[in-house]
Design a protein around this ligand. Structure first.
Ligand SMILES: Cc1cc2nc3c(=O)[nH]c(=O)nc-3n(C[C@H](O)[C@H](O)[C@H](O)COP(=O)(O)OP(=O)(O)OC[C@H]3O[C@@H](n4cnc5c(N)ncnc54)[C@H](O)[C@@H]3O)c2cc1C
Length: 350
């Protein structure tokens, strides 16, 4: 187990501790021990908070280096969110010291890129430690270097957070799903949707990627495969097809799956394979009789049964409607649904 700790000088440590506990209860398991102590467990590791006098001490632990870095980064990020300009400086002691390259950083090279549908482009990458990408979390963050600049990565600061290159070497980060891993060839395939005339960072990278181009990568990160259930209901658009496909490929024959996937038109449909009993309904945006959120609203408690699970990845407005339906109309607790916004109309996902 790797460990690090920091002491924060703050005027109202118990209030801050409460903010951390309330916020993290959305993402992990929080145990509160009276007003002055709390323990948070998330997928990357855990941290304990103790308030005393005008100090909040944080003890972070994780079985692996990336996990410890992410736990530390999360603590610092939220500290700054909660306290703004008044956030005290942070200096972590213990494992994962400042100055080096963060363990999560990989320099990848493009092997090839090609269209798998008119708008979905597969980019095959090679780089270090590819086998690690096959299990656990489903996603990665790619970092695109500016045009005609070499790729420069981050270094770890004393606050445990990466210091990213600025100015002419500033990177553009975007989250994508690992569609396929070929550990024997040290290759990973990422499917990127082309949109907005390929003017956006992700689309531009996908359409121009050629053998030997460098791109940064962090991960695997984010959500993992959901626990097995008898019934799954999936709702997604093009951006969620890679994640739905990866989850489907692991489901056993005794699982029943109903997936509703919205794509631009029939030419954007993809072949999905699973041992599970699989029904896929494709919605075509160009004919648009039913939206993804409308389709999800038809889901009833009876259809779900006592262990059915809802998974959704889509645009923000659909995400809001589907999550509302799951929580308010169906009364599903966190262990029965996973609904995430993959992108938001009109907003760059920086
Ligand atoms: C966990 C997770 C996994 C993801 N996996 C994938 C994946 O495997 N493949 C994939 O293609 N995407 C995936 N996405 C979505 C992707 O990160 C976003 O679509 C991202 O905005 C693309 O970056 P961009 O540079 O192309 O556009 P941005 O610069 O972020 O946005 C520019 C403009 O394009 C619009 N825009 C962004 N995405 C779309 C879209 N899908 N359709 C129409 N307009 C859009 C924005 O609203 C904005 O107006 C994932 C997102 C998350 C959170």
């Amino acid at each position: 187990m790797l460990k690090a700790q920091c002491d924060l000088a703050v005027p109202e440590p118990e209030k801050l501790l409460t903010l951390f506990c309330e916020h993290y209860s959305e993402y992990g398991m929080v145990r509160r021990r009276g007003a002055a102590a709390g323990h948070v467990t998330i997928s990357y590791g855990r941290f304990a908070l103790h308030a005393a006098g005008e100090r909040l001490s944080v003890r972070a632990k994780s079985p692996h280096q990336d996990g410890l870095t992410y736990v530390k980064m999360g603590v610092v990020h939220h500290l700054r969110e909660f306290m703004g300009d008044k956030a005290p400086p942070v200096r972590w002691l213990g494992d994962g010291q400042a100055g080096g390259t963060p363990s999560f950083w990989r320099e990848m090279q493009v092997v090839e890129s090609f269209d798998i549908t008119p708008s979905m482009r597969r980019v095959v990458l090679t780089g270090p430690r590819i086998a690690e990408l096959a299990d656990g979390s489903l996603h990665v963050r790619l970092f695109f270097p500016p045009k005609r600049r070499p790729l420069r990565g981050p270094v770890l600061g004393e606050d445990g957070c990466p210091v990213w290159p600025e100015g002419e070497d500033k990177l553009t980060p975007r989250v994508y799903t690992i569609r396929e891993v070929d550990a024997a060839k040290a290759q990973v395939a990422i499917d990127i949707l082309r949109h907005d005339g390929d003017t956006t960072a992700g689309s531009f990278f996908a359409v121009n990627a050629k053998g030997g181009d460098a791109v940064g990568m962090a991960g695997p990160l984010g959500d993992a495969h959901p626990a097995f259930r008898k019934k799954f209901f999936f709702f997604g658009d093009e951006t969620a097809i890679p994640a739905i496909d990866r989850i489907l490929r692991r489901l056993p024959a005794e699982t029943q799956v109903h997936a509703v996937i919205e794509v631009a038109n029939p030419s954007e449909e993809q072949v999905l394979r699973s041992d599970a009993a699989l029904r896929v309904d494709w919605l075509h945006r160009d004919r648009a009789k039913t939206s993804l959120a409308d389709a999800a609203a038809k889901l009833t408690a009876e259809m779900l049964g006592d262990d059915g699970y809802v998974w959704a990845g889509c645009e923000f407005a659909d995400f809001q409607a589907i999550r509302r339906h799951c929580r308010k109309a169906l009364g599903l607790k966190a262990d029965r649904h996973h609904v995430v916004a993959y992108w938001r109309k009109g907003a760059r996902s920086d």
